[in-house]
Design a protein around this ligand. Structure first.
Ligand code: GRF
Length: 207
């Protein structure tokens, strides 16, 4: 008997390597989720090509077609709801998401960030870690809320900062962990094992 897999929407603005990690994970027959749609605010995002190559629907929403951020996000929510997604993964999505989106998807939207939050939120997290002189940084998957990189934390992995690191070498080391963490978090969500209690995410034992 085949069990219905969780439909996931992915939001991505750029390269899409995290999207690729999710697509690869979903290719395994026993993975409990599938990517139903990839949506980008950038027409030429490589993420859209990755989606098409994997025969996943790729949608470009042009911000110029919307009056403001709220109306863009209402459009985004409509597209996601049309595909009945049970989870949204923000994967290098470069727009700040408004309350309209968070109201619709709180507890069902994940984000990935290249630092050990709450350290170094926002843009250029790897550069921030280097400039601060941190010896350890990492990657975080968290539920999205109305702040920038502030929502309840699901999974984290630590990554050492090496003395000769550049932004590029550090980013590459972190990315290896991102590509491991994101599919792991999606699996936990799809298996119904994540429970948000205040700021904490409880990871329940498998049933
Ligand atoms: C990743 O470092 C992710 O953590 C951050 O943006 C980057 C996106 O990379 N939010 P990619 O588009 O998934 O390759």
């Amino acid at each position: 008997m085949s069990v219905e897999r969780l439909a996931v929407g992915v939001l991505a603005s750029g390269r899409g390597s995290n999207l690729q990690a999710l697509l690869d994970a979903c290719a395994a027959p026993d993975f409990p989720a599938r990517i139903a749609v990839v949506i980008s605010d950038r027409e030429r995002a490589a993420a859209l090509d990755r989606a098409r190559s994997a025969r996943v629907e790729a949608v470009w929403l042009d911000p110029k077609d919307f009056a403001d951020r709220e109306s863009f996000d209402r459009g985004l929510v409509r597209e996601l709801e049309k595909r009945q997604v049970g989870l949204v993964c923000q994967a290098g999505y470069m727009r700040i998401l408004s309350a309209a989106y968070i109201r619709a998807f709180f507890g069902r939207a994940l984000n990935i960030h290249p630092s050990l939050l709450p350290a170094f939120p926002g843009l250029h997290a790897q550069r921030q870690a280097l400039e601060h002189g941190a010896k350890v940084t990492g990657a975080t998957v968290h539920f999205a809320d109305e702040g920038v990189d502030t929502g309840p934390i699901v999974l984290q992995a630590a990554v050492p900062v090496e003395p000769n690191d550049t932004e590029e070498t550090l980013s590459a080391r972190i990315l290896v962990e991102e590509h491991r963490l994101y599919p792991a978090a999606v699996r936990l969500f799809a298996e119904g094992r994540l429970e948000i209690v205040g700021r904490r995410v409880i990871i329940k034992e498998p049933r």
